[in-house]
Write a protein that binds this ligand. Sequence first.
Ligand code: 2HA
Ligand code: ZN
Length: 286
Amino acid sequence: MSDNDEREFIMAIEDLGFVQGFCRLCTDGWLQGWHERNGGNLTYRMTDEEVEAARPFFASEPRPWVEMGVAGENLAGAYFLSTGSGKYMRNVAEDPAHNIGIVEINERGTAYRIVWGLLDGAKPTSEFPSHFMNHSVRVAATDGADRVIYHAHTPGIIEMSFIVPLTPRDFTRRLWQMMTECVVVFPAGVGVVSWMVPGGPAIAEATSKLMATYSTAVWAHHGLFAAGPDFDTTFGLAHTVEKAAQLYVAARAANGGSEDWLNKIEDAGLVQTCKDFGIVINRDFI
Ligand code: 2HA
Ligand code: ZN
């Protein structure tokens, strides 16, 4: 057997668990209706073991270094799996090598180079600066636990940004009140970024500032950013926030546009729920 045959016999990179989990999240988001056209993107910070398992599949010649315009010193030398710029979430599982890729970060945490995938000249997501800075902040905030950053064009959250003041307090309180488990799933609340041009260092800075406190941030009139330690938790967080947003919009419409609810979860109930679940609620929003 040649080296190549043996490699194929052992495994394809697409068979590795983290690649499968990544592809599944892309498909799940697509099935939720969150990824029209090329909307949304996903990045995953690989473990050392995953880097070693993937290394045999890396290109013999990595592509050139590309400066990102942002810096994250604590991510020097890290490897990320990323969706591609302009690529469609619905196509990821069918053809990973053309739609996603692995990038290596340089020793200063300022540039990346593609070492696998993103074939035929593709590049990492246009939101890579935001993802990268959010990873940097979440690594620091969670002592290295968080590995996933997910951006989705979630319709309920976009709808809410038309009718709710664009502050973390205004969004968080309304979302917590929509469904009992919300305060358990995001006890710190949600951050809110007012409308900004996407894709660059400015929105990356604004978002990452919030992600020091929150594991999810609303992008007004655009969608949601969510962070977590694994694909299930991160997708589950986005799913919970978005479901609450849709409940809010539907309940408000059903109530003739008014927020004067006949019944609701009181603050005391939110606090008691967290107490019973052993969770620390963000008191700023009570
Ligand atoms: O990938 O979602 O924010 C397209 C986008 C940009
Ligand atoms: Zn977007």
